[in-house]
Design a protein around this ligand. Structure first.
Ligand code: HDD
Length: 734
């Protein structure tokens, strides 16, 4: 099993986040303590304690008696404990994070003077927090939901917070609607049900009542809402920001993160099961990858529109429910981010990190996007109630550049500022404002003339074009998944008004979609739909996503064995999986030692079949060995492992006697297996009946059409899932 070790000091040193100052790790070092067995237990006020086990009592001859309230040690422990909880985030309460570094490889100086986006020699430390939106802090990771992707850049010019999601658009256009959209999505007010689900009346009631939400709910019903890993998600700033260059010119900009590992999702049945079998699935996945040194990486992209072109599009570029299609505004990749260090302690780092969209650095600015402007108010405000007015002093939040001003006091202030004045101007000229040349933030001199009104521009009123664009751009399997998602979600709405209206709404996107869903969920079947413009944008599909280098790095591969396994296949596959930086997980019929067919070797499995489930891995390999295969064949759970992995479209590999086992477990005539010494690949079931010397010790290159067993097995895993199986309808037949 992957090492999940506590962070050591060596690791902290190893994760050097850049030579050019701004090193957040050494900054945090001032507040980081190492626990050692040389230290003795003390109270918070430093007095050593002789016991942590017994409250001071008035004892009688039997050494029993009532507790004495005078015990300061016991009272401190209990009272400290009573106050451990702070309010969880009102949205995005469930999350996890990691440290890393950001660097631009191409200067964007034509559009901004912000050094974080222009200085290619600079490494900027970052902390990224990923999250779900609707669930509370203890909810499951794999629920169907939007994922948060929030990045804190500790730049030398101050903090820049880019607070985005894994979906490029949002449900609403104007921030004033945020409480409504969140109330509708969160558990219903009367009984606080359901937890971390959008599958309920109120959520869909809101969606119907807000046509502007149509585009976003299509994304939220797509595979984007059930990612395989945080490491395999795109990130989007969503809102329109601005960049200002040294000439004082302004451009509108959208920010994007694109993962090196490609964009991949779970399948729905797997996500449902994982929510119970391993609710921390995504948390552990990120932690494990970083501990194993397989650092996740993202390319950083910008889409830029010159100020003069603001009105040249048929949508409003300040409307957060719209993407800027790549064929109109291509993404320019200028930088990359790597996450390479797990936090030392969850609460002071991942929980107390506080993002504010209003935190930008000189060279980056806001736009009149009415969602962004409301966000700029909301985040700062929420941190005050969550963490207190001095939240920016907390180690994880404080900048790595100097901070000096006349803000004072408030709960838990701990900076001690020397000096006799706390105002500006003062007779000593202490702490004067900075000029532009000294790096002072200067707002762009945007001309603003207007009348007060509660309105939106005309283009904000068009709500269906891009919802159709998204649907049209999906591959056949992605469309299937969206249809199934609606079937699930609307089935959970008990109110016929809600599901009846929603199927009508779907006809605004695609009549076929609406009719299929209506038939299943019981709404009136629409006869007419809104005309579909038929346009597509291939970049929106994740199965059609730009090819990434095929890799199995960090993928979990189960090896199923019992006593009598074939040691040659087992060790060949184990070594090759490790060499490819994937994670071999030996799953035994038991966790005590399992012995090979010739008695030469034995292995202690990482888990047994009942304790661990096929949902927790990306692929399955079963080596031959008569005894092992016979035991597995009699074990219902082992057969279930194979059938379930097949149903979840995962690659299955088998050698020797295990080929028959796989064939029997799947039992579909369409899926054929090897009958000789030739490698056979049928719907991602890769088999080899006769192992010849060297069959499993070939140098593995992961490339299409490769001939060797492991090559073919690994290639299939690198493709994430076998979509052909789903297109042929085989996955539901096992
Ligand atoms: Fe928000 C948290 C992303 C609209 C108000 N939001 C929060 C987080 C993410 C986002 C990733 C978690 C940050 C963390 O990890 O601590 N939010 C978005 C995106 C939006 C968006 C991509 C649309 C473009 N949010 C939005 C609006 C408002 C808020 C319109 C209010 C007007 N969001 C909040 C908040 C939260 C928050 C209440 C809760 C905890 C926090 O801020 O720190 O202020």
């Amino acid at each position: 099993m992957a090492n999940i070790l506590p962070q050591t000091m060596e690791k902290v040193q190893h994760a050097v986040l850049g030579p050019r100052g701004g090193d957040k790790v050494s900054d945090l070092g001032k507040n980081t303590k190492e626990m050692t067995n040389k230290m003795r237990l003390t109270t918070d006020y430093g007095v050593k304690q002789t016991t942590a086990d017994d409250w001071l009592k008035a004892v009688d001859k039997d050494q029993a008696g009532p507790l004495l309230l005078e015990d300061p040690f016991a009272r401190e422990r209990i009272m400290r404990f009573d106050h451990e909880r702070i309010p969880e985030r009102v949205v995005h309460a469930r999350g996890t994070g990691a440290f890393g570094k950001f660097r631009v490889f191409e200067s964007a100086e034509d559009v901004t003077f912000a050094p974080v986006l222009t200085d290619t020699s600079r490494e900027t430390p970052v902390f990224v927090r990923f999250s779900t939106v609707l669930g509370s802090r203890g909810s499951a990771d794999t629920v169907r939901d939007v994922r948060g992707f929030a990045t804190k850049f500790y730049t030398q010019e101050g903090i820049w917070d880019l607070v985005g999601n894994d979906i490029p658009v949002f449900f609403i256009q104007d921030a004033i609607k945020f409480p409504d959209v969140i109330h509708a999505g969160k558990p219903e007010p009367h009984n606080e049900v359901p937890q971390a689900q959008s599958a309920h009346n109120n959520f869909w009631d809101f969606q119907y009542n807000h046509t502007e939400a149509t585009h976003m709910f299509m994304w939220a019903m797509s595979d984007r809402a059930i990612p395989r890993s945080y490491r395999m998600m795109q990130g989007f700033g969503v809102n329109t920001f601005t960049l200002i260059n040294a000439k004082g010119e302004r451009h509108f900009v959208k920010f994007t993160w694109t993962p090196e590992l490609g964009v991949h999702s779970l399948v729905w049945d797997e996500a449902l099961k994982l929510a119970g079998q391993d609710p921390d699935f995504h948390r552990k996945d990120l932690w494990e990858a970083i501990e194993n040194g397989v650092y996740p990486k993202w390319k950083f992209g910008i889409q830029v529109i010159p100020e003069a072109d603001e009105h040249k599009f048929d949508f409003d570029i300040l409307d957060a429910t719209k993407i800027w299609p790549e064929d109109l505004v291509p993404t320019r990749y200028i930088g990359e981010m790597e996450l390479n260090r797990n936090p030392d302690e969850f609460f002071p780092q991942t929980e107390q990190i506080a993002f504010c969209t209003s935190h930008v650095v000189p060279g980056i600015g806001f736009s009149d996007d009415p969602l962004l402007q409301g966000r700029n108010f909301s985040y700062f405000d929420t941190q005050i109630s969550r963490l207190g007015v001095n939240f920016q002093e907390l180690p994880i939040n404080r900048p790595v550049c100097p901070v000096m001003n006349f803000n004072r006091d408030g709960a838990m202030r701990h900076t001690i500022t020397r000096g006799t004045v706390n105002y500006w101007p003062n007779r000593f000229e202490i702490c004067p404002p900075a000029s532009h040349e000294e790096g002072g933030y200067v707002e762009y001199a945007q001309k603003v003339v207007g009348m007060k009104a509660r309105m939106r521009s005309e283009k904000f009123k068009e709500h269906f074009n891009q919802a159709q664009l998204f649907w049209n751009s999906m591959s056949a399997v992605e469309k299937n998944h969206i249809i199934n998602a609606f079937m699930f979600e609307l089935d959970h709405c008990e109110d016929p008004v809600v599901y009846g209206r929603m199927v009508k709404r779907l006809a605004d996107i695609d009549l076929g979609l609406a009719q299929t869903v209506a038939e299943m969920v019981g709404g009136e079947i629409p006869k007419e739909g809104r005309p579909n413009h038929g346009r597509k944008a291939p970049a929106l599909s994740q199965t059609e996503f730009p090819a990434v280098k095929p890799t199995i790095a960090s993928r979990r591969i189960a090896i199923l064995i019992g006593d009598g396994y074939d040691p040659i296949s087992f060790s060949g596959a184990y070594a090759a999986i490790t060499a490819a930086l994937a994670i071999p997980l030996v799953i035994g019929t038991k966790r005590s030692k399992v012995t090979s067919s010739d008695g030469s070797t034995s292995v202690q499995p990482h888990h047994h079949l009942e304790g661990f489930r096929s949902t927790m891995v990306d692929a399955l390999f079963i080596p031959g060995g008569e005894g092992s295969v016979r035991t597995l064949g009699k074990n219902g759970r082992a057969l279930h492992w194979i059938r379930e992995a097949f149903g979840h479209l995962k690659t299955i590999g088998a050698t020797g006697e295990a080929v028959n086992l796989v064939n029997t477990a799947i039992g579909l005539p369409e899926v054929t297996v090897s009958d000789s010494g030739e490698v056979h690949d049928s719907y991602g079931v890769v088999t080899l009946r006769e192992i010849k010397p060297g069959s499993l010790s070939e140098a593995v290159t992961i490339a299409k059409g490769a001939k060797g067993f492991l090559e073919s097995f690994f290639w299939n895993i690198s493709q994430h899932r076998n979509w052909d199986r789903e297109l042929a309808g085989l996955h539901t037949q096992v």
